[in-house]
Design a binder for this molecule. Structure first.
Ligand code: BG6
Length: 584
C-alpha cells in the first residue's frame, strides 16, 4: 500500500505535501516524490528512500506552486528505483499522477497505448493510467470526461490523484481509501486523515466508485457515471492528530508504553453489549483477520469455547477465497482489523456477504472501509498506531474480546482490568533484563517460541513481532508438537522462548523446555515462576489464569524492539512491510 496526497490552495504546496507524506509514511517507504503546477507547467521530483532523506538530498519541499500531488511507495509493480517512483507523468508531460493499489489489466492497456505510439519509462502499472488519461483528454479536451472514460477502462483496486498543467486536481476511488480535507480556501486529497489533520479536521470520506475534481470553482464529486454526488463533511476526532513520538525514540516503543492506558480505554465502550446480543442471536459464528489481528482471532476461539461454551471458527482472511463454501449461509462473521483497510479482510467480507453473512467488526479506524461494510463496528479507541508492527492495537483487541466473552458467560471471567493495567506497567518498568537478552540475539538467525493452549496464539504473535522487527527467522510452535518434528531443529545455535505462566499448562510446557535444554538450545522463559531450566528468565506478575495472554506478550514486544535496535533495523518502518496491506 502507498500513500497519496494532493493540495490546492493559497499556500506553497510542496512543504504541505512533504509534511503530509511524512505523517503517512507507515503506508509505504520505498520511495517518495511530488509534482507541482507552476506557470501552467508541471514540475516533478522523486527519489528512492524515506521522506526526510530524499527531501534533504533533493529538496522536494522547495518546488514552486500552490497546487501539487505527492506519494510514498510500497513497491508492487517494478523494483525500488527512481524510475518506478511516483509521480509518473504522461508522454506529453501535461498530466502527472500518484496512485495507490493495483491495476490488474495494466499490461493489456499498456500494449494498446504502445500500439498508439505511447512510450513508457517505468515498469509500473501507474504510468499506464497517466497515458490513458492523456489519450482520453486529447480525445475529449475535457477533464471530467477523461477521468470518467479512464475509470471505466481500469480493472483492479485503486485510488489516484492527478494534476493537470492548468492546475486542476482530479482523484478517483475504487476500493482504496480516499479522503478530502476541507480547509479555508484550500482542499487536501489524501489516503488517510493523517495527511492533512494538522491543517483541518473537516473531512469528506469519498465513497467507492466516486471521483473528485478540484479547480478554480471549488470541489465537485461525481459517481463514475458522471452524476454529481452530494457529500457530507465529517469532523475528524482530534486524537488522530496525536502522531508524535514525544520523548520516545520510536513510535513502536511509545505505543508499547501506552498499553497500561489503552487497554482501559478499549473496554470503556458502550457498544459491547449490542455486539454481545448479535453474537447471542448468531446461528454460525466465524472470526477472521490478517497478521496480528488473526492471532487475536485465535485467542478468541479459546476464550469462547472455554468460558462462553460457544463454538467459533477461525478463518485466515487471505485463505478464504480458496475455500469459499467455508461459511454457512446466514452466519455471523466477526472481523478484526486495526486499519479496517486490509484488502484480504475486505475480500473475506465480500465472500461472506455472498452467503448473506452479518458482519460485526472490531477496528481502530472507525471511518474505514471495513466499518462502512459492517452492520456493527466497535472501535479500539487506542489512538493512531504508526509503528508498522501492531502492539497496542493487539492488547486493545484482546481487551475488547475478553469483555465480550465475559458478558457472554455472565461475568465468569470477571477480569480485574486495573490489575492487568498495573501488571503491564510493572513489565514496562522492569525492561533492563529484556535489554540484556536483546544483546545476545544480535547474531541469532533462528528463534522458536513455544506455547500451549491459549498461549499458542501468543507464541505465534511473538514470532510475528520478532520477524517484523528483527528480521530473525522465528516460529510459533505448539509445545506439544515439539517431539513430532521441531525438536530436530534444536541445537546450541538456536534460542527458544517458552511462554510458561504458572497455570494449567505449566508442568507440560516445563517438560518441553527440559527436552529442548537436553539438545543444547538456549531458553528464554516468560513466566511468573522461576525455573533452573531457563538460561534467561523474564519475570511477569502473577495474575488470574485466564488473563495471562493480556500481559505475557508485552515482554516479547519489548524484546523484539530492543533486538531491532541491536540489529540496527528500523523498528517503526521494517523493510518490505506496510501498516496495512490494501492490495490482495
Ligand atoms: C500488516 C501489518 O500489514 O497487516 C501488521 O504490518 C498487521 O502489523 C496486519 O497485523 C493486519 O493489519 P490490520 O490493519 O488488518 O489489523
Amino acid at each position: 500500500m502507498c500513500s497519496i496526497i494532493g493540495y490546492s490552495g493559497l499556500d506553497s504546496a510542496a512543504p504541505i505535501l512533504v509534511k503530509g507524506l511524512q505523517k503517512m509514511e507507515y503506508r509505504g517507504y520505498d520511495s517518495v516524490g511530488i509534482a507541482t503546477e507552476s506557470g501552467k507547467k508541471i514540475i516533478l521530483k522523486k527519489g528512492v528512500g524515506k521522506v526526510v532523506e530524499v527531501n534533504n538530498s533533493i529538496m522536494l519541499d522547495a518546488l514552486p506552486g500552490n497546487i501539487g500531488i505527492g506519494h510514498t511507495r510500497w513497491a508492487t509493480h517494478g523494483k525500488v528505483t527512481e524510475k518506478n517512483a511516483h509521480p509518473h507523468s504522461c508522454n506529453s508531460g501535461k498530466i502527472a499522477i500518484v496512485h495507490n493499489g493495483i491495476i490488474e489489466n495494466f499490461e493489456e492497456l499498456k500494449s494498446e497505448l504502445q500500439n498508439k505510439g505511447y512510450k513508457f519509462q517505468s515498469e509500473t502499472d501507474t504510468e499506464v493510467i497517466a497515458n490513458l488519461i492523456q489519450l482520453n483528454f486529447d480525445e475529449t479536451m475535457n477533464i471530467k470526461q477523461s477521468i470518467m472514460k479512464t475509470v471505466n477502462q481500469l480493472k483492479g483496486h485503486y485510488s489516484f490523484v492527478v494534476i493537470f498543467e492548468d492546475g486542476t486536481l482530479a482523484a478517483a476511488r475504487f476500493h482504496e481509501p480516499l479522503i478530502v480535507g476541507v480547509g479555508k480556501n484550500s482542499h487536501y486529497i489524501s489516503s488517510d486523515v493523517l495527511g492533512f489533520i494538522e491543517k483541518t479536521d473537516d473531512a469528506i470520506y469519498v465513497d467507492n466508485e466516486d471521483f473528485v475534481i478540484v479547480d478554480g470553482s471549488g470541489i465537485h464529486i461525481f459517481d463514475f457515471d458522471g452524476t454529481l454526488v452530494k457529500y457530507q463533511i465529517t469532523k475528524v476526532s482530534k486524537e488522530f492528530a496525536d502522531v508524535y513520538k514525544g520523548d520516545f525514540a520510536h513510535f513502536t516503543l511509545k505505543e508499547i508504553s501506552e498499553q497500561p492506558d489503552t487497554i482501559l480505554r478499549a473496554i470503556d465502550n458502550n457498544q459491547i453489549e449490542e455486539f454481545v446480543d448479535n453474537i447471542k442471536q448468531a446461528k454460525n459464528l466465524y472470526i477472521t483477520g490478517s497478521g496480528t489481528s488473526y492471532n487475536a482471532a485465535e485467542i478468541t476461539k479459546y476464550l469462547m469455547s472455554k468460558f462462553a461454551k460457544i463454538k467459533i471458527n477461525t478463518l485466515i482472511s487471505s485463505e478464504l477465497p480458496f475455500s469459499p463454501n467455508e461459511i454457512e449461509p446466514n452466519s455471523t462473521l466477526i472481523t478484526i482489523s486495526q486499519s479496517g483497510e486490509s484488502a484480504d479482510v475486505l475480500e473475506a467480507v465480500k465472500i461472506a456477504k455472498e452467503s448473506n453473512a452479518k458482519i460485526l467488526s472490531i477496528v481502530n479506524l472507525l471511518n474505514s472501509s471495513l466499518s462502512q461494510q459492517s452492520s456493527l463496528a466497535i472501535g479500539l479507541n487506542c489512538g493512531p498506531e504508526i509503528g508498522v508492527a501492531a502492539t497496542k492495537s493487539f492488547t486493545s483487541q484482546l481487551s475488547i474480546l475478553y469483555k465480550i466473552c465475559d458478558q457472554l458467560c455472565n461475568g465468569c471471567i470477571n477480569p480485574d482490568w486495573e490489575k492487568v493495567s498495573s501488571a503491564i506497567s510493572l513489565i514496562l518498568s522492569n525492561n533492563s533484563k529484556v535489554k540484556e537478552i536483546a544483546k545476545n540475539l544480535r547474531d541469532v538467525s533462528d528463534i522458536y517460541v513455544l506455547g500451549r493452549g491459549i498461549h499458542l496464539p501468543i507464541a505465534k504473535e511473538a514470532a510475528l513481532k520478532l520477524k517484523e522487527l528483527t528480521y530473525i527467522h522465528a516460529e510459533g510452535i505448539p509445545a506439544g508438537e515439539l517431539k513430532h518434528g521441531p525438536l530436530a531443529l534444536m541445537d546450541s545455535n538456536v534460542y527458544v522462548i517458552i511462554i510458561n505462566p504458572n497455570d494449567s499448562t505449566y508442568n507440560d510446557t516445563l517438560n518441553s523446555a527440559n527436552e529442548i535444554k537436553a539438545r543444547g538450545a538456549k531458553i528464554i522463559g516468560i513466566s511468573d515462576k522461576k525455573s533452573s531450566v531457563y538460561d534467561y528468565w523474564i519475570d511477569i506478575p502473577s495474575i488470574d489464569e485466564a488473563l495471562y495472554p493480556l500481559i505475557e506478550i508485552v515482554p516479547i514486544q519489548l524484546l523484539s524492539y530492543y533486538s531491532a535496535l541491536e540489529k540496527k533495523t528500523d523498528p517503526d518502518y521494517p523493510r518490505n512491510l506496510a501498516k496495512s496491506v490494501t492490495v490482495k
